[in-house]
Design a protein around this ligand. Structure first.
Ligand SMILES: [Zn+2]
Length: 79
């Protein structure tokens, strides 16, 4: 069995410290900031404590599930 991935402080997916954030393309982010709607390109599950990213998902179902209920990932942090 595959070992469940944890961040460096020991949290895993499903723990309250691991929160989903939606990430938008640059263009999508511009639309959002202008008050239009845009669709995230992916959902990031990130530890709030150490900021390690446990999972990136481009799955359409995951994106739909989180697009309206999640914080927006600050894309300036990703090169
Ligand atoms: Zn952590």
């Amino acid at each position: 069995m595959e070992k469940e991935k944890t961040c460096k402080c020991g949290f895993k997916l499903g723990d309250p410290m691991i929160v989903p954030k939606t990430r938008y393309s640059k263009q999508g982010f511009v639309w959002l900031s202008l008050g239009f709607s845009a669709k995230p390109i992916e959902v990031i599950f990130q530890c709030q404590n150490c900021e390690e990213i446990l999972l990136l998902s481009k799955d359409e179902d995951i994106i739909e599930k989180y697009r309206y209920s999640s914080d927006i990932f600050n894309s300036d942090n990703i090169k």
